[in-house]
Design a protein around this ligand. Structure first.
Ligand SMILES: [Zn+2]
Length: 613
């Protein structure tokens, strides 16, 4: 049996009970031996990442991923999406599969019930009632009974092949266990709990996982609990525990009244505790949601925290995840930090309330979003998100040079009213500009779009910001009060601009709510994720330069362009480059890529300033 399986049992067993010099010598020898063992293991480590399909060729076909550290250690199986109406488990598993494993193997099945997830239903769509719940289809009393139905059979066979030491099944309850009072005859929801079978080995680690999740909970009515009576018979974790001797837990968050970003963070926090305990990771990975760069996929962060409308978030999630080569991850206020943001290409702030979004992420979060864009990230703001990125309010992000038509007016017979509010949702006319037609070639020039009190913008003329360009104008308007009449028609509906190395698009109406206009969202995201100019760089001491390139597909494209024209001045990843030859060659090679480039070289220092095109 490998040592990690018996780590708990061995503690205090008396191996090291002898005292005195003999013990010291013994310990030194042991330490040297274990160092040698660790060294050999590290020296031989050959990490591999493989993937495959379960139930291949059927409608239950779903991917699995195996990260093998190459170092002897435990195998942990993480499963998500067994119930299709519990998206956070599936999304968290998909994020966790990118964690760098240093010991053992991490095996992840993020979408166990792939058809249920697509249909957003708990059950296996189309299966007979007695076996439609995937988590009741695994072997119960007798292993030889086997699993019932194709998806459970495929997963069960996979588990038997992989021989995990641990299994974590990520789920969601419909209500908080602590505060939920179900009607008589109804079962209490298991939302926000760790479900496992009481065991002296599991109790301490389950408690630590519960504490980690509760570290993200401020409302006592929403706290996590331990439910140690064990998972239901015929569930995946129960079958693994009973028949395969695997240690297992079900980790439940609660989908009621909580954004996905919080629920996935709670899942990650719990899994992080176990993986650190097992030595599979040596640092906290709660902030790791995506593959590390460079990566072929456009990584889109979608803010879903306080101040967002569930409809706008849901529609944008669907549009991004359906787009080829694009994937969404939900971020909340706790994620508005460089460690999380740096892994994304574009951040999207959806509809809702701009001031509430600003308040929720706070001054620190706003600073980090600004610096994400400044360093080359893309920002897409829709309605509330367009207010948020404006240069208008004390709480706004100042990413694009827009002032907002608002202010208070006394309306006769009504009272003092703020002019940004124009009543309920409306349909208005919008016309693309020539530049808009270029960016959105599959959208007709004149369209109707849903409008819900988005900002009416004009140039703020902030000297710190570059002027925006208009991609579309409103050609009709929505007005509730007399002073608003004529103030919306022919004003910009969509504007784009640069913020230092990053790009910004601000959309006042809601194209995500109009089926024919979804490509406005995806085309915007693709443009926003495009190449960012290199940071201005300075170096003292002769003809060399330091370049910081943005990672990702676009950056590699830029690198190649440079590498082909200048004699090997840049390493492939482009962190630091040294050029023995003149700057003229660099300038010429960069010119087609970056439209404005001014490069000044002095006797002892060089500074390149690459401006926006
Ligand atoms: Zn479930």
């Amino acid at each position: 049996m490998p040592f990690w399986k018996h780590a708990a049992a061995r503690e205090g067993s008396g191996i090291f009970c002898r005292v005195g010099l003999k013990r010291a010598a013994h310990e030194i020898l042991l330490a040297a031996l274990s160092w040698l063992l660790v060294w050999c293991a590290v020296a031989e480590a050959d990490p591999t990442a493989t993937s495959g399909l379960l139930a291949e060729g059927t409608r239950w076909e779903t991917p699995f991923y195996v990260s093998n550290s190459g170092v002897d250690g435990p195998t942990l199986l993480v499963v998500g999406g067994v119930h299709g109406n519990e998206p956070a488990g599936s999304r968290a598993a998909e994020q966790i599969r990118h964690w760098p494993v240093l010991k053992g193997r991490l095996v992840v099945v993020p979408k166990a019930n792939v058809a249920g997830l697509a249909a957003k239903t708990r059950f296996l769509p189309g299966e007979p009632e007695d076996r439609r719940d995937l988590n009741r289809n695994f072997p119960g009393d007798r292993r030889e009974d086997g699993a019932r139905g194709r998806p459970a059979q495929a997963l069960w066979q996979f588990v038997e092949e992989q021989q995990p030491d641990w299994v974590l099944d990520l789920h969601e309850g419909y209500e908080f266990h602590v505060s939920h009072q179900p009607p008589k005859s109804k079962e209490k929801s298991v939302g926000s709990s760790v479900i496992y079978l009481k065991d002296p080995c599991l109790d301490p680690i389950a408690r630590r996982m519960q504490e980690a999740a509760n570290g993200l909970v401020s409302d006592p009515a929403r706290r996590f609990v331990l439910l140690d009576r064990g998972p239901k018979k015929t569930s995946l974790v129960s079958a693994c525990t009973r028949h395969l001797g695997v240690r297992g837990m079900i980790l439940e968050t609660t989908f009621s009244r909580q954004p996905v970003s919080l629920r996935t963070r709670q899942h990650r926090a719990m899994v992080n505790v176990l993986m650190r305990h097992l030595g599979m990771i040596d640092r906290d990975c709660v902030d790791v949601l995506t593959p590390s760069r460079p990566c072929e996929t456009t990584l889109v962060a979608l803010y879903d925290g306080p101040g967002t409308s569930a409809g706008s978030v849901g529609r944008l999630t669907g549009i991004v995840d359906r787009a080829p080569g694009m994937v969404s991850n939900h971020l909340g206020p706790a994620d508005m930090r460089p460690a999380v943001l740096k892994r994304f290409d574009v951040i999207v702030f959806p509809g809702g309330s701009g001031s509430k979004q600003a308040r929720a992420i706070g001054p620190e979060g706003r600073k980090h979003v600004r610096s994400f864009v400044r360093q080359g990230g893309g920002y897409l703001g829709i309605c509330a998100g367009a207010y948020l990125c404006s240069a208008h309010y004390s709480w706004s992000l100042d990413l694009i040079d827009t002032a907002v038509f608002t202010g208070w007016r006394e309306i006769e017979g009504v009272g003092r009213k703020s002019m940004w509010y124009r009543g309920g949702s409306a349909v208005v006319k919008m016309q693309l500009t020539d530049e808009g037609k270029k960016l959105f070639p599959d959208v007709p020039e004149r369209v109707e779009v849903k409008y819900q009190n988005g900002p009416i913008v004009s140039p703020k003329q902030d000297p710190e910001l570059s002027p925006y360009r208009v991609l579309a104008y409103f050609r009709s308007e929505n007005a509730l009060y007399e002073p608003q009449r004529g103030t919306m028609i022919d004003t910009p509906a969509i504007v784009a601009g640069r913020f230092q190395r990053g790009r910004v698009i601000s959309i006042s109406p809601h194209p995500e709510a109009v089926p024919g206009l979804h490509s406005i969202i995806t085309r915007s995201i693709r443009w926003l994720a495009g190449p960012s100019p290199p940071a201005s760089y300075e170096h003292c001491g002769g003809p060399c330069f330091v370049v910081e390139w943005k990672y990702g597909r676009a950056a590699r494209h830029t690198d190649r362009a440079v590498g082909s024209a200048v004699a090997a001045p840049l390493p492939p990843s482009g962190r630091v480059g040294r050029a023995a030859r003149g700057y003229g060659a660099l300038e010429r090679s960069l010119a087609p890529v970056q439209r404005q480039l001014s490069l000044c070289a002095g006797a002892s220092s060089a500074r390149a300033v690459v401006g926006p095109d």
